[in-house]
Design a protein around this ligand. Structure first.
Ligand code: ADP
Length: 273
């Protein structure tokens, strides 16, 4: 009887080990496939703006010095857009690498939100100008200062603006609305765009996830923007959420803890007298 029980136990342990190994293999295969898909997307995202830059450089070279000033300006604008696209992609890739290594240094200080939004809007202006989107900033009354890393926060707002541009028709308005309540400052970016289906909405913050619309319409991007926004929000003790109505538009709300009166940078208050 002992023998039989021992054998059963051994068989059971063996089966468990085998199943665990199968699960690991499946997970590794899945990761490998995700990596292949990611490399394919990134290569495409690098090639498109590079091809455009090379093309315009050749045109400018052919035209020599006699190029019509209006055409010249248009070519330079297109080249600026391609360069910005390459810069954004490289920045995102570098951030992913730093985050993967658990190195997202947050240099936090008390910062008023409005100037950060203005900076993010300026940073997105090459994109918004060419797409004809107007960005309206609305700030509710009340102190709106957060303890945050300026650069990271500008990046997060910029990523939300960039998505609003990519996923809404030209000439539609985009609003950035800030409000403060319950110790939180909320920054909401609203567009009148294509929206996101309910089944896809919970997944848009996942790394590399792109919704059907982005695939079907070959919208530029690699599925890192919202994941970065989420990571930045969480590194600040904040949150990111989205509400969306397909065909009508979306609102992404970034909530951050408000800076209390005692969290102002001590450097500025100086030594006690
Ligand atoms: P990317 O835009 O590079 O695909 P993101 O991580 O920024 O990646 O967004 C993930 C997906 O969420 C996008 O592919 C898109 O389908 C959807 N999405 C993001 N922002 C919006 C928006 N403002 N309106 C509609 N869909 C959006």
């Amino acid at each position: 009887i002992h023998d039989i029980t021992d054998r059963r136990r051994a068989e059971h342990a063996l089966r468990q080990a085998y199943e665990a190994e199968q699960a690991t293999v499946a997970r590794l295969t899945e990761l490998d496939e995700a990596k292949d898909a990611f490399i394919a997307t990134v290569s495409h995202e690098l090639r498109t703006p590079l091809t455009s830059l090379a093309g315009y450089l050749e045109l400018l070279d052919d035209a020599g010095v006699d190029v019509d000033p209006v055409r010249h300006r248009r070519m330079l604008e297109a080249m600026t857009r391609s360069t910005a696209r390459l810069q954004n992609l490289v920045e995102d890739l570098l951030a992913v690498n730093a985050l993967g290594a658990g190195e997202l240094p947050v240099h936090a200080a008390a910062v008023p939100v409005r100037p950060l939004i203005e900076e993010a809007v300026r940073a997105a202006s090459a994109q918004t100008r060419s797409s004809g989107h107007r960005v309206e900033i609305r700030t509710d009354a009340g102190a709106q200062t957060v303890t945050a890393d300026r650069d990271l926060l500008v990046r997060a707002i910029n990523a939300l603006l960039s998505n609003a541009v990519k996923y809404s028709p030209i000439d539609t308005p985009i609003t950035v609305h800030t409000s403060a309540a319950g110790g939180q400052v909320a920054i909401a970016v609203t567009d009148r765009g294509v929206g996101i289906d309910a089944d896809e909405l919970p997944r848009v913050f996942e790394r590399f996830y792109r919704a059907r619309y982005a695939h079907e319409h070959a919208v530029q991007g690699v599925g890192l923007g919202l994941w970065l926004v989420k990571t930045i929000a969480e590194a600040h003790g904040g949150t990111i959420g989205a509400v969306s109505t397909p065909g009508e538009g979306s609102t992404f709300t970034l909530s951050l803890p408000a800076a209390g009166p005692d969290t102002a940078p001590s450097v500025e208050s100086g030594p006690p007298v």
